[in-house]
Design a protein around this ligand. Structure first.
Ligand SMILES: Cc1cc2nc3c(=O)[nH]c(=O)nc-3n(C[C@H](O)[C@H](O)[C@H](O)COP(=O)(O)O)c2cc1C
Length: 647
C-alpha cells in the first residue's frame, strides 16, 4: 500500500516527544463515562479504536479539575489521586499503539448547571451565560487562587497517570475563556480589565504546572475568536498566544466560539471545510511553537495542504474520527475513498446534550466498540439477497459480507442509493453524495455484486435460492386524503428531482418537518416567496438542534413565512385555506408543494414472507425514519442473521 500525503504523515518532535504524524484526535466529551468520574471500559475501547486507527496524537476529552466546574454527570474526573489508576490504564492503552496522549483540563465556569455540580456555578463576573441562563457567583480572589492550584494538581495527576501532556481548555466559553474574554470578565481587580490582567488566571496556571511538572507538555486550547460582540478577537488572542509561548507552552490548539456564539465551535453543515483555518494561519505568523488547526476538516488532501503550506503544524479531527476511527490509516495508505465520511449531522453532540453517550449516524460502532462481534474463523458462507440499495440495504450488505456471507444486492432502479439521491439536493446536503459514494466504493472493495434494474421477486427466490432475504425497499411520499382536490399540488420529490421547475413564484409548502424545511431551503435560491404550513408548533421539530438553528436562520433571512400550529382545510387552484388559532386564513399560491411525509414500501416483504422462512424487513420499509435508524437496523439484522446461521 502506498504512503500518501507526505506533509500530513511526516513526524514532528514536541518537547522531546516524537509524534508519528500530524493527525490529532480533538478532545470530545462523548459521555461514555461513569457517574463516579472513573475511566470506563467503554471509554478504553472507544479510545483504543482511534489509537489503532493511526492518529499521531489523542487529546482525551475534557476532564473535570474541580467539582464546581463539572460539566456533565459522566465526565472524567482528574481532581483527585484516586482517579490516577484508571487514567493510567487509559494512557497505556493508547500508547501501546505508538500514539502521543494528552488530556484536556476543564472547569466549565458559568457554562454548567447547579443540577450537575450541586452548587451555584462560578465565574469571573456575575453574568449568566444566555444559553445555560443560571446566574453565576463571582469568584473571590482566594477562590481563584484555589482553582489555579486545582489545575496544577490535576496536571500532577495527569503526569502520574502517564500522559505526555495536558491541554488547558481556554476556549469555547469555559472558565479560562471567561477570564480572557472582556465579554464575560467585568472584574476591576488584578484579574480583570487589561489583557494582562484577564490572562493572569491562565498564566498563573501554566506557571504553576511548569513548576510542579517541568517535563509535562502543555497545550492550550485557545479561542482565536469568540465570535460574539465584545468578545475575544484575533489580535488579542495572538497576544495571549505570544505570551503563552514565552511562558513555556508547547502547543496552541486553535478553536473558536462559545455556547453563546452558537455555531462556531461545533459547526453545522453550512460551514465549509476548514473555514476557520485562517485563524491558525494568522497565529503561525507570530509564534514558533506548533499550532493545531481544524474545524469541519474531512479530506486528507485538504489537511495535507494546510500542513504543506505551513498554515498549521497539526490538524485536529473530531467528528471525522467518530465516523471513521481508521481515518488516518486509510488516508496514509492512499485509500481516501474508503473513509466513512462524517455527515456533520451533529447527532453526536445532540445525543450528549440529551444526557446520552454520543451516537454517530453513519458509524454504528461508535461507543459500542467493545461489543463488536468476533467473527468465527470458518465463515458461514450462506447466501443473502438484499433487496434495495438505499443506506439500509447497502449497509446491511456490507455488514453481512464482513460477517462471512455471500451477498448480492438487487436494485429495481437504474441507479443505486434510493432516497440518498434526492436527500442530497437541498443546500449543504452534499455530504450525502460523498456518503453514497463511500458505500458504493466499499461494495466494490468487498466485491459485492450490485444488480441494477433488477427487482427482487418471487421468481428471484426460485432462481437464486438465498438462505436469507433482507428487504430494504425504502419509502415513498405520502399523499394526503384522495377525496380532497390535491391535483394542483406537486410533491417535494418532483421539486427536488427537477421534474417541475419553480422560480419567482408564490409557493406554499404543506408540511414543515425536516423535508418541508429543506425543500424551502432549496426553493429560496430560485427567487420564490415561500410560506410553510405546519400543524405542529415548531418547524423541523425532529432535527438536531444546531442544524435546525442553522437551517431556520437561513429560512428567516430569506423571509420564509412560517405558519405553524396550522391545519390545511382546503386546497384549490391558486389558494390554500388554513385553520389557525380561532380563524381561517387564505394563502395565495402559484404553486403548492406537498411535504407531508413518507410511507413504507413493504409490499415485497409481505409477498416474500409467504414463500420463504427467513425474510427480514429493515430501514424505511420497516419504519420511516432516517439514516441513523437505517444503519442501526442494517447492523442489527446482520448480527441476527449471523447468530441464526450458527444455531
Ligand atoms: C461530541 C463532541 C464533544 C466535544 N467535546 C469537546 C471537549 O471536551 N473539549 C473541546 O475542546 N472541544 C470539544 N468538542 C469540539 C471538538 O473538539 C472540535 O473542535 C469540533 O467538533 C470541530 O471539529 P470537527 O469538525 O473536526 O468535529 C466536542 C465536539 C463534539 C462533536
Amino acid at each position: 500500500m502506498r504512503e500518501a500525503y507526505s506533509a500530513l504523515f511526516s513526524p514532528i518532535t514536541l518537547g522531546g516527544l516524537t509524534i508519528k504524524n500530524r493527525v490529532v484526535m480533538a478532545p470530545m466529551l462523548v459521555c461514555y463515562g461513569l457517574s463516579s468520574g472513573e475511566v470506563s471500559r467503554r471509554q478504553l475501547d472507544y479510545y483504543e479504536a482511534r489509537a489503532r486507527g493511526g492518529v499521531g496524537m489523542i487529546i482525551v476529552e475534557a476532564a473535570c479539575i474541580h467539582q464546581s466546574g463539572r460539566e456533565t454527570a459522566t465526565q472524567l474526573r482528574i481532581d483527585n489521586p484516586r482517579y490516577i489508576s484508571g487514567l493510567e490504564h487509559l494512557t497505556e492503552t493508547i500508547k501501546a499503539h505508538g500514539v502521543g496522549v494528552f488530556i484536556q483540563l476543564l472547569h466549565a465556569g458559568r457554562q454548567t448547571s447547579s443540577l450537575v455540580t450541586g452548587e451555584q456555578p462560578v465565574a469571573p463576573s456575575p453574568l449568566p451565560c444566555p444559553i445555560t441562563r443560571e446566574m453565576p457567583r463571582e469568584l473571590g480572589i482566594d477562590e481563584i487562587k484555589h482553582l489555579e492550584l486545582a489545575y496544577v494538581k490535576a496536571a500532577c495527576n495527569a503526569s502520574q497517570a502517564g500522559f505526555d501532556g495536558v491541554e488547558l481548555h481556554a476556549a469555547h466559553g469555559y472558565l479560562i475563556n471567561q477570564f480572557l474574554s472582556p465579554h464575560s470578565n467585568r472584574r476591576r481587580d488584578e484579574y480583570g480589565g487589561s489583557l494582562e490582567n484577564r490572562m493572569r488566571f491562565l498564566i498563573n496556571i501554566l506557571a504553576g504546572i511548569k513548576r510542579a511538572e517541568p517535563q509535562l507538555l502543555i497545550s492550550v486550547r485557545l479561542n482565536m475568536d469568540d465570535f460574539i460582540p465584545g468578545g475575544l478577537q484575533l489580535d488579542e488572542s495572538i497576544d495571549v498566544a505570544i505570551r503563552l509561548e514565552k511562558e513555556g507552552a508547547h502547543l496552541i490548539n486553535c478553536s473558536s466560539g462559545t455556547y453563546e456564539s452558537g455555531l462556531n465551535s461545533i459547526e453545522p453543515p453550512s460551514y465549509q471545510e476548514g473555514w476557520r483555518a485562517y485563524l491558525a494561519g494568522e497565529l503561525k505568523k507570530s509564534i514558533k511553537i506548533p499550532v493545531i488547526s481544524g474545524g469541519v476538516v474531512s479530506s486528507p488532501a485538504f489537511a495535507d495542504q494546510l500542513i504543506a503550506s505551513e498554515r498549521a503544524d497539526f490538524i485536529f479531527l473530531g467528528r471525522g474520527l467518530l465516523a471513521d476511527p481508521d481515518w488516518a490509516h486509510k488516508a496514509g495508505q492512499g485509500q481516501g475513498s474508503r473513509i466513512r465520511p462524517c455527515l456533520v449531522c451533529n447527532r453526536c453532540i445532540d445525543s450528549t446534550f440529551k444526557g446520552l453517550g454520543a451516537r454517530c449516524t453513519v458509524n454504528f460502532w461508535t461507543g459500542r466498540e467493545g461489543k463488536q462481534m468476533l467473527v468465527k474463523t470458518s465463515s458461514p458462507g450462506n447466501k443473502v439477497a438484499v433487496a434495495g440499495s438505499g443506506p439500509a440495504g447497502l449497509q446491511a450488505a456490507l455488514s453481512l459480507k464482513k460477517l462471512g456471507f455471500e451477498v448480492k444486492v438487487y436494485e429495481q432502479a437504474a441507479r443505486p442509493g434510493g432516497l440518498l439521491n434526492i436527500a442530497n439536493r437541498p443546500p449543504h446536503k452534499h455530504r450525502l453524495t460523498r456518503y453514497l459514494n463511500y458505500l458504493l466504493s466499499e461494495l466494490a472493495y468487498y466485491r459485492i455484486p450490485l444488480l441494477l434494474n433488477r427487482r427482487f421477486s418471487a421468481e428471484s427466490l426460485e432462481e437464486e435460492n438465498p438462505d436469507y432475504v433482507v428487504v430494504a425497499t425504502g419509502s415513498s411520499p405520502l399523499l394526503p386524503d384522495e377525496a380532497r382536490p390535491w391535483d394542483t399540488a406537486v410533491d417535494m420529490l418532483d421539486v427536488l428531482e427537477n421534474r417541475v421547475e419553480i422560480s419567482n413564484q408564490k409557493v406554499v409548502i404543506i408540511g414543515g418537518g425536516i423535508n418541508g424545511c429543506e425543500t424551502a431551503d432549496y426553493l429560496i435560491n430560485m427567487g420564490n416567496r415561500i410560506v410553510i404550513v405546519e400543524k405542529e408548533k415548531v418547524l423541523a421539530a425532529r432535527m438536531e438542534k444546531k442544524n435546525r438553528r442553522d437551517l431556520l436562520n437561513r429560512l428567516d433571512e430569506a423571509g420564509v413565512v412560517k405558519m405553524t400550529g396550522s391545519t390545511v382545510v382546503d386546497v384549490q387552484e391558486g389558494r390554500v385555506v388554513i385553520e389557525r388559532g380561532f380563524g381561517q386564513e387564505e394563502l395565495e399560491a402559484d404553486r403548492i408543494v406537498l411535504a407531508v411525509g413518507y410511507k413504507p414500501n413493504n409490499q415485497l416483504y409481505y409477498e416474500l414472507k409467504q414463500l420463504h422462512p427467513r425474510v427480514f424487513l429493515i430501514g424505511d420499509a420497516q419504519r420511516v425514519s432516517n439514516i441513523h435508524n437505517a444503519v442501526i437496523q442494517a447492523e442489527t439484522v446482520a448480527q441476527n442473521i449471523y447468530r441464526m446461521s450458527w444455531e
